[in-house]
Design a binder for this molecule. Sequence first.
Ligand SMILES: NC(=O)c1ccc[n+]([C@@H]2O[C@H](COP(=O)([O-])OP(=O)(O)OC[C@H]3O[C@@H](n4cnc5c(N)ncnc54)[C@H](OP(=O)(O)O)[C@@H]3O)[C@@H](O)[C@H]2O)c1
Length: 306
Amino acid sequence: MKQIDLGNTDWPVSAVALGIMRMDALDNKAAVKVLEAAHDAGINYIDSADIYGDGKSEKVFGKALKKSDLKRDDFYIQSKGGIVSGKRYDFSKKHLLKSVDGISERLGIDYLDAFLLHRPDPLMEVDQVSEAFDELQRSGKVRHFGVSNFNPMQIEMLQSGLSQRLMIDQIQFGIMHTGPIDFGMHTNMTDPGSINHDGEIIEYARLNGMTLQAWSPYQYGWFEGTFIDNPKFPKLNKELQKLAEKKGVTKNAIATAWITRHPAEIQVILGSMNPQHITESAAGADVALTRQEWYDVYLAAGNMLP
Ligand SMILES: NC(=O)c1ccc[n+]([C@@H]2O[C@H](COP(=O)([O-])OP(=O)(O)OC[C@H]3O[C@@H](n4cnc5c(N)ncnc54)[C@H](OP(=O)(O)O)[C@@H]3O)[C@@H](O)[C@H]2O)c1
């Protein structure tokens, strides 16, 4: 599996990571199989969040890791906090410290390789986050820090008061969620593609050596389902199938390769709980798409070039 240099440091990680948002639905045996399939595919990075399955996903993961022949050090483990589901976002020091303790207990581990703030809290007080991060780092509970769904100015504001570098921003990105690149191509226009929803997050990350992680890489809309083999997207599936046959892989792999082809070295966070899908999707990290093939997929997804 292709490795990327996380946060432009000397921390090589797999270009594809396993997200465990959907792991709450699995029993212990199925979860062990998922972890083994991910490890066998070369995945060494796990993404979680304290709210997944109301904490159940992390419990299932923790028990599966213990039951399997895998060890804690076979994976870098990342989780996220700062959301109290359906009630508020909460970046207070008290909440963030409590969140990390809960995560570690559920996962059954002593430290997190990375902790991300899940979604920007409009009431964020930089001092509170700074004190929380200092304490988490001093105590050895968290090694690296980052954010999720943040735009560049929000990152700059928070970074200005932190002693730790924010190394990661996790955003929705994939063939059917291309906003972060569309508006750059539609600069100086007035059509919907020109709307800047994300700030110049890709350009910001490239300038600052920040790693972007792409969540829900095979989904369209807001968790509406996968576009793979979906009759709503005939043109896209035809193009994916053509490339899949040409490269000897599956459509999922082409969808992965479409993301990893980007020079920003975006890490793909796949969320399948099906061992076969995991193996096939992860293989895409080692598939090379030409510039034209990359554009062909972009156009088949319904986009236009001005
Ligand atoms: N930061 C954030 O705000 C945020 C938000 C959402 C998610 N995330 C992270 O991103 C990770 C991935 O999210 P996700 O699970 O939505 O991503 P995903 O990998 O795009 O979608 C996974 C879903 O698509 C299905 N799927 C994939 N390929 C398929 C195929 N060929 N045929 C049929 N079904 C297929 C999977 O079913 P099978 O299980 O059957 O394969 C699964 O239900 C999460 O686990 C989480 O870690 C972060």
